[in-house]
Design a binder for this molecule. Structure first.
Ligand code: AMP
Ligand code: MG
Length: 400
C-alpha cells in the first residue's frame, strides 16, 4: 500500500497551475500571485519626517534651549516651500517631505512655540526622526514572488508600489459528488433508513475556504448509471471529488466507474488511519479523488490530498498544512499498523504548546474534529506516546 507522501506526489504530478488572469488587487484577497512583482519606485519616495515637530539643522543646535525662527510649515501632503533657511526651523508634520538641507526633526514634545519662534529643548543627532527615501522598498526590489498568497499586508504592499492589477492563477472549479443510497440531502425527507449527507457540506466548505469554486452536484445513488450521469455534469470541472463508494462493499461504485472505458484508476488505498480507502484516477480526463465516505475520513483525506491539489491549481507555492510540535497532555494509544491522524486541540500552556485529543476518533465521528484545531500525527509502528512527549501536529485552523 502506498504512503501518504507517495499518494500526494502521484496526485500532484497530474496537476498544473491554471492559466493566470489579470485581476484588481481589490478582488485579490486569498489568491496566489502568478508573477514576480518588482517595485518601480522607492518607498518612501522621499526623505520624510517620522514625527510632528520641527525640521532643523543640527549644527544650529549645539546646546539645549536654542530659540529659532519658524521659516514656514510643511503639512503632510505639501512640498517644502524652498530650501532650508539657515539658523531657522521649519514646522513639519509626520510623513511630510524633509526640506532639503535639514538633517533632523525635533519632535513637538521637546519644543515650545511662541510668536513665530520655537525653543528646542534637546540637542538632536543627525538623521533623528527622519525616514529615508527607499528605506522600506528600493526601486527594482523583488517585493513578492510568484506563488505568494495575497493577504492584507501584501495587498497593501502592492498598493504602495501602485500595482493596481496583478496576474493570479485562475480559481479551479471543483465538482463535488456525494454517493450512497443511505444518505439524504437537507431538502430530502430523512426516512428511518437514512442519514444526513454531512459530507456535502463539509466538502463544499473546505473547497470554498481555499478560495476555489465548489460545484456541488448532489448525491448519486449507488448505481452505475446515476453516478455516470453525475460525472457527465462534472465535465467542465478542473477536479472532481466524490465521497463514499471506494471501500470493499458490493455497492462501492466509484471505484467501479473509475476503471471503466476511458476512465483510469491510478491507485486505490493509502496507508493511513483514518482514510485507507482512497481512490485516485481520471474520469473523462479530469483528475478525480474518490474520498472515503465516513465523515472524519472524508475530511482527513481532503486535507491530505484534495487540499494540496486545489492549492497547486491555484498556483500556491506552499501546499502543505503548517506543522507545529506540541507536548501531549495525556498518553496516546494507537494501533501502530498505520500512521494515524488524531484530531487534537493545541493550546499554549505557559511557555509550551500542549495538545489534547479532541474526543473519540472513530472514522464516523465528526464532533471531535469540530472541536479540534489540528491533527496529531502518530507515526507508523508507534503504539504509545507517553504524557509530556512531543508530537508533530498539522494545524487546520489559523487560531485557537
Ligand atoms: P461507503 O464507503 O460508501 O460505504 O461509506 C462509508 C460510510 O460513510 C457510510 O456507511 C456512511 O455512514 C458514511 N457516509 C457516506 N457518505 C456520506 C455522506 N455524504 N455524509 C455523511 N456520511 C456519509
Ligand atoms: Mg456508499
Amino acid at each position: 500500500m502506498i504512503t501518504i507522501e507517495q499518494a500526494r506526489e502521484k496526485i500532484l504530478s497530474r496537476i498544473s497551475p491554471l492559466p493566470s488572469e489579470k485581476i484588481s488587487i481589490s478582488q485579490a484577497l486569498g489568491r496566489y500571485l502568478a508573477q514576480d512583482v518588482y517595485s518601480g519606485r522607492d518607498i518612501p519616495p522621499w526623505d520624510n519626517s517620522a514625527m510632528d515637530g520641527y525640521a532643523v539643522h543640527t549644527e544650529d543646535l549645539s546646546a539645549d534651549g536654542v530659540r529659532l525662527r519658524i521659516a514656514y510649515a510643511i503639512p503632510a501632503g505639501s512640498l517644502p516651500q524652498g530650501p532650508f533657511p539657515s539658523g531657522a526651523a521649519v514646522k513639519i508634520m509626520t510623513g511630510a517631505p524633509m526640506p532639503p538641507g535639514a538633517d533632523a526633526v525635533v519632535k513637538r514634545e521637546d519644543t515650545g512655540e511662541l510668536d513665530g519662534e520655537v525653543v528646542i529643548r534637546t540637542t538632536p543627532v543627525k538623521g533623528e526622526n527622519i525616514r529615508s527615501r527607499g528605506e522600506d522598498i528600493r526601486k527594482g526590489d523583488l517585493i513578492l514572488s510568484a506563488g505568494s498568497l495575497l493577504d492584507p499586508a501584501r495587498l497593501g504592499l502592492l498598493a504602495s508600489v501602485r500595482k493596481s492589477m496583478v496576474y493570479c492563477s485562475q480559481k479551479p472549479v471543483v465538482a463535488i459528488i456525494a454517493t450512497g443510497d443511505e444518505v439524504a440531502d437537507l431538502d430530502e425527507e430523512l426516512t428511518e433508513n437514512k442519514i444526513s449527507s454531512s459530507n456535502s457540506y463539509t466538502l463544499k466548505a473546505l473547497v470554498e475556504e481555499l478560495g476555489a469554486v465548489p460545484l456541488y452536484l448532489g448525491i448519486a445513488r449507488d448505481t452505475r448509471d446515476d453516478l455516470a450521469g453525475m460525472f457527465a455534469k462534472a465535465a467542465r470541472a478542473d477536479l472532481i471529488l466524490t465521497s463514499g463508494g471506494v471501500s470493499m462493499g458490493d455497492y462501492d461504485i466509484v471505484r467501479e466507474v473509475m476503471t471503466e472505458g476511458r476512465n483510469a484508476m491510478e491507485f486505490w488505498k493509502v496507508n493511513m488511519k483514518p482514510g485507507r480507502p482512497l481512490a485516485f484516477g481520471t474520469i473523462g480526463g479530469i483528475p478525480t479523488i474518490g474520498l472515503p465516505g465516513n465523515p472524519l475520513s472524508t475530511m482527513t483525506s481532503f486535507y491530505q490530498f484534495a487540499r494540496p491539489a486545489i492549492l497547486k491549481f491555484m498556483g500556491a507555492s506552499n501546499l502543505l498544512l503548517p506543522r507545529l510540535r506540541a507536548k501531549v497532555s495525556c498518553a496516546l494509544r494507537a494501533s501502530g499498523d498505520r500512521p494515524q491522524y488524531m484530531s487534537g486541540i493545541l493550546e499554549r500552556a505557559g511557555d509550551d504548546l500542549v495538545v489534547t485529543p479532541a474526543g473519540p476518533q472513530g472514522s464516523g465521528i465528526l464532533s471531535s474534529l469540530a472541536r479540534s484545531n489540528c491533527y496529531m500525527i502518530i507515526p507508523e509502528g508507534v503504539k504509545v506516546i507517553e504524557e509530556g512527549r512531543w508530537i508533530e501536529c498539522e494545524m487546520i485552523k489559523p487560531a485557537w
